[in-house]
Design a protein around this ligand. Structure first.
Ligand code: PAF
Length: 284
């Protein structure tokens, strides 16, 4: 695996691959790689000749009171995992390389409306930071395909919308959520879950599954289902950010006759914010 820290070096190398007609896949990450990330690399390898993984902890997508400074940075371990995965290139620029003019005056890519709800409501500016950095990465790497995990469901929906709206020539691949044996969705932030909380956080996934089962059995009182789940989660001592039954594409509250739905949730533990979702396909 070859590692590049500069945009120029990375582009020059990828140009050689592109000239040979090789198909390039990108997996964008913020590092602290776990098995879920490696699954993204594996998926990218299936349909691309060359796989690039980027590691960049993007300050632009963190709010002022969020965890940018304590976000786990595990560069050497990440490199070993990528090497073992058969990833071809690692692109890991520093802040100055990605934002040479500073963050305050950085031009931004903004995807309106669907970024104001769910995670966007409690993390103002977050998705602006994501779409801005992802569009920069798309411009730098110019991948044919890019793989994103479905755990960050809203992130993928927003990136999908950006790609459509801006006619970006990249195919997005959605990777299934990779879970721990007890169902907890893998996330770099799971390291912040305390030992006491660990056995209880699976309540989020259980509640989302229970809502999905209720909907599949014909229930359509969505606000009631959401409220019941919130109460259940709160009894275990977690603060709930949201539990929401949405149209899977627009992420607007689901209508009774929507056939493709997603149940999303976010809860706060002592030191982390855990998100998860369950998709539902329903015949009308
Ligand atoms: O999902 C992530 O790790 C980040 O939001 C991404 C897509 C790498 C952009 O910084």
């Amino acid at each position: 695996m070859q590692t590049y820290h500069t945009i120029q070096g990375m582009r020059r190398e990828l140009l050689l691959n592109r000239r040979e007609g090789l198909k390039i896949g990108l997996v964008a990450t913020m590092g602290n790689l776990h098995a879920g990330h490696i699954e993204l690399i594996n998926l990218a390898k299936q349909t691309n000749d060359i796989v690039v993984c980027s590691i960049f902890v993007n300050e632009l997508q963190f709010g002022l009171n969020e965890d940018w400074d304590r976000y786990p940075r595990t560069f050497s371990a990440d490199c070993e995992k990528l090497l073992a995965s058969g990833c071809d290139y690692l692109f890991c620029p520093d802040d100055l390389e990605m934002y040479p003019n500073g963050l305050a005056t950085q031009s931004k890519v903004i995807c309106p409306v669907m970024t104001n709800t769910l995670c966007g409501a409690s993390r103002p500016g977050h998705f602006e930071g994501v779409t801005t950095v992802v569009s920069k990465l798309f411009n730098i790497i110019q991948p044919d395909e890019s793989v994103f995990g479905l755990k960050d469901y809203q992130q993928l929906a927003v990136i999908r919308r950006m790609v459509e709206d801006l006619c970006l020539p990249v195919k997005l691949i959605a990777a299934p959520i990779y879970r721990e044996p007890d169902g907890l969705a893998m996330s770099s932030r799971n390291v912040f879950i305390t030992e006491q909380e660990r056995s209880k956080v699976t309540i989020l996934k259980s509640c989302l599954d229970a809502i999905a089962a209720e909907i599949l059995s014909g229930k359509t009182q969505y606000p009631k289902l959401e409220q019941e789940a919130i109460k259940k989660i709160e009894t275990l001592g977690f603060r709930v950010d949201y539990i929401a039954i949405c149209n899977s594409r627009s992420l607007e509250p689901a209508a009774e006759d929507d056939s493709e739905l997603v149940v999303l949730g976010a809860i706060f533990t002592e030191a982390a914010r855990i998100i998860d979702n369950v998709a539902i396909m329903r015949e009308n």
